[in-house]
Design a protein around this ligand. Structure first.
Ligand code: SAH
Length: 447
């Protein structure tokens, strides 16, 4: 097999990155945007030892699950790499990810629920972080083409709240008007690297973060004055990121206008959110995710609850009024500040959050002899550590509710819990990120 060769392929499967999978002369071929059941003429792009990558030249037989996305930039950029698949099939795809992972570790007897659909299939994101670059001599906002840093200019971000798109476009116009330079990542020069905009559907408050190479730039005050006139904007922040790095936000935030946070709501609980704090991005689906987790936890008024990887305390504070005490930990200092402030804001006085690594704090609490009834864990993609798992088990909870954004690490961790005497018989996939391959899943472990 050679690069640029054209082959006819029958697509039999979808990879976890949502590429069509075909087999040809002993090779596995991953075809961009092709769907199971399709027959395509494909051009080989890259050949490795046992596998190759290809792109569609022509679809010979089309899948009934395909949607013809007009603006296929969304698919190209990876902003919405499932946008060409009907929503019901996206939900099946996510459930299958979990089923396959369980099969690999011989846990086929575990029941996998249907994926809980998101109330909104597009326009659901309450936050957008979009790169700013110069394209053909003009400052543009957009998204990087998949596996590259080539900016595809966009004004409609598809999965983002349309009110946020409106703000992004307006800010882009203001930056152009004042001739503020876009960031040049090759030479680590220029100024604006990213626009980060967050909006609360519940309160309408909008935060605009200008991620900049410098602490200040000559046009900043005029630019901020104009941005502050955009409907809904209650906070403008300059985030200083001087490094040559792919990390979006720098460590320092400076308030240029208005508040240093916005306020959002989940159910009837209010949350203040600072620029560096994590907040679930699908506003309408989040309470449904939490309700599912909380229902499964079957909480009692006498329970001591841990909210691990707490962010701004969204899970713990949602249950605090129904239990005896909540303790939580989180690594981002500002998020912990938000969590404690959020307890006060909601008149909750039985919840306490501390800053630190979960894998270090949990063992400390276990050593101090803390006994828990229910532990909620909601770690980032890399999952839990064996130290955390040991310590959690030592506090002898009746239940551990594991919310995960990466079923692969979740399944790995579930095996460890199983070895330590905890069992589970069900996984509930939840779609927090329609149009993307990301899968969220909830598992309850019982002693
Ligand atoms: N439960 C929250 C946040 C979940 S996201 C919610 O639903 O909104 C995961 C959180 O874990 C993030 O806030 C991240 O900052 C935090 N985190 C990442 N690594 C951590 C670690 N080692 N110890 C504690 N918190 C960590």
């Amino acid at each position: 097999m050679q690069k640029n060769q054209i082959v006819e392929l029958e697509i039999t499967d979808l990879s976890y990155e949502a590429m069509g999978v075909a087999h040809y002369e002993g090779m596995t071929i991953f075809v961009n945007n092709a769907l199971p059941g399709e027959v395509v003429k494909a051009k080989i792009l890259k050949v490795k030892k046992n596998f190759a990558f290809a792109k569609i030249e022509k679809i010979i037989k089309e899948s009934p699950d395909r949607i013809n996305v007009k603006l296929n930039q969304w698919v190209q950029t990876g902003l919405a790499s499932l946008a060409h698949i009907k929503y019901a099939k996206q939900l099946d795809f996510k459930r299958n990810q979990v089923v396959n992972l369980l099969q690999k570790i011989h846990m086929d007897d575990v029941k996998v629920d249907e994926t809980l659909a998101s109330p909104e299939e597009i326009g659901y994101r309450n936050k957008a972080q979009v790169p700013v670059r110069e394209v053909n001599g003009q400052l543009e906002i957009g998204f990087f083409r998949r596996h590259s840093h080539d900016l595809v200019p966009l004004t409609n971000f598809f999965t983002t709240d349309p009110e946020i798109d409106r703000v992004l476009v307006a800010v882009c116009d203001i930056l152009r008007k004042y001739k503020v330079p876009a960031y040049d990542e090759i030479h680590n020069k220029g100024e604006v690297r990213y626009l980060d905009v967050r909006r609360s559907k519940a309160t309408g408050e909008i935060m605009v973060i200008l991620v900049c190479l410098h602490r200040d730039f000559p046009e900043l005050l005029e630019v901020a004055a104009e941005i502050s006139q955009i409907k809904g904007v209650t906070s403008i922040i300059l985030n200083h990121n001087p490094k040559k790095t792919n990390v979006i936000l720098g460590k320092k935030d400076y308030v240029v206008f208005g508040e240093d946070h916005i306020t959002d709501m989940i159910g009837d609980v209010k949350f203040r959110i600072s620029p560096q704090s994590f907040f679930q991005i699908n506003s309408l689906q989040t309470p449904r995710l939490y309700n599912l987790a909380i229902e499964k936890a079957d909480l009692k008024p006498s329970d001591v609850v841990i909210d691990a990887y707490s962010g701004i305390g969204t899970i713990g504070l949602s249950v605090a009024k129904h239990v005896k005490a909540v303790r939580g930990m989180e690594i981002v200092k500002d998020a912990v500040k938000d969590a404690n402030a959020n307890a006060k804001l909601n008149g909750i006085n039985n919840a306490q959050y501390v800053t630190g690594k979960a894998e270090e704090i949990m063992p400390r609490w276990a050593k101090e002899g803390l006994k828990t009834d229910v532990i909620f864990v909601d770690p980032p993609r890399k999952g839990l550590t064996p130290e955390f798992i040991d310590a959690a088990v030592e506090t002898s909870p009746k239940k551990i509710v594991y919310i995960s954004c990466n079923p692969a690490t979740q399944v790995r961790d579930l095996q460890l819990f199983k070895e330590k005497g905890y069992k589970f018989d069900e996984v509930a996939p939840v779609d927090m990120f329609p149009q993307t391959p990301h899968v969220e899943s909830v598992v309850v472990l019982t002693k």
